[in-house]
Design a binder for this molecule. Structure first.
Ligand code: NI
Length: 287
């Protein structure tokens, strides 16, 4: 394994890649910077398949080498996902939320497709922290293959096309100065024309869960599929999180599975619309 990358360099490069897939994040940051707010990143999220050499277990050492520590596990049985959250080595660094899809539960055809894609991953590519913004380390699937994955797992379809990149960055709403309630943040961002994920309500969780979250719907981007045809699909989105003190009086460090289950749908093809009526109809399309 290569020497550990500094977290500052890691997140700077990750952000530079992410804003290509979520240009809305730049606009949202500018909205708040214009008011003198300094934006702290609460957490970033990664997605992967549970297959070597890109499974969570294979890539986790790269995070640990930067000083990250496992904090808590999460399970999303209806989406066939499991995840770990990681606490940061310094207060000014974001938490990390890293999920993986259990490929074995997909239909034989889809599981074989994912295995075939992952067989293309060059092992040395997974030994450096820049693998986290390496994108697709395999050939582009065909549009028919994408549709086949999408019918079964929105997560699998997204990951097969987008590859390894930050799925979202997150504003730490509790750190805003002057303070703003999450609903005020949502109102400000909505007024600027950005559409929120309405699945389960715009604001997910609350003070009782010690964590309150909202997320935009992913911006759509055009990709050229294997047979040369171009289609727009949901890419990356931006999240807002407000943490509250837990019973110990310290700021809650964990995540809330019920919130996260709804936030995952921010990349749903049906939700990724600029039409709020369609967003509301989108519902939970993941399985
Ligand atoms: Ni998140």
């Amino acid at each position: 394994m290569s020497p550990a990358m500094s977290p500052a360099r890691f997140f700077a490069q990750l952000w530079a890649d992410y804003i290509c897939l979520a240009p809305q994040a730049l606009h949202i940051h500018a909205l708040f910077s214009a008011d003198g707010q300094v934006i702290i990143n609460d957490h970033i999220a990664f997605r992967t398949f549970n297959m070597a050499p890109i499974s969570l277990a294979h890539l986790e050492p790269l995070l640990l080498a930067m000083g990250y520590r496992r904090y808590a596990p999460y399970d999303f049985p209806d989406k066939h996902l499991s995840a770990w959250s990681y606490s940061a080595p310094a207060a000014d660094l974001p938490r990390i939320f890293f999920s993986e899809l259990d490929v074995a539960v997909l239909s034989p055809a889809n599981a074989a497709l994912i295995s075939r894609l992952i067989a293309n991953v060059a092992l040395p590519r997974t030994h450096n922290a820049d693998v986290f913004w390496a994108g697709r380390l395999w050939p582009m699937p065909s549009w028919a293959e994408y549709q086949s994955l999408l019918a079964e797992s929105e997560y699998a379809a997204w990951l097969a096309v987008i590859g390894l990149r930050a799925n979202h960055f997150t504003m730490a709403v509790h750190a805003l100065q002057p303070p703003l309630a999450l609903k005020e943040v949502v109102a400000k961002v909505s007024a600027a024309g950005f559409v929120f994920n309405h699945d389960g309500g715009v604001i997910k969780g609350g003070p009782a869960e010690c964590l309150e979250q909202a997320a935009t719907v992913a911006a759509r981007q055009a990709f050229t599929f294997a047979e040369g045809d171009v289609h727009e699909i949901p890419a990356c989105y931006y999240e807002f999180a407000r943490r509250y003190p837990d019973a110990s009086g310290a700021l809650y460090e964990g995540f809330v599975a019920a919130n996260a289950a709804k936030i995952f749908t921010s990349t749903n093809a049906m939700s990724a619309s600029t039409d709020p009526a369609k967003v509301r109809q989108g519902g939970d399309g993941e399985h």
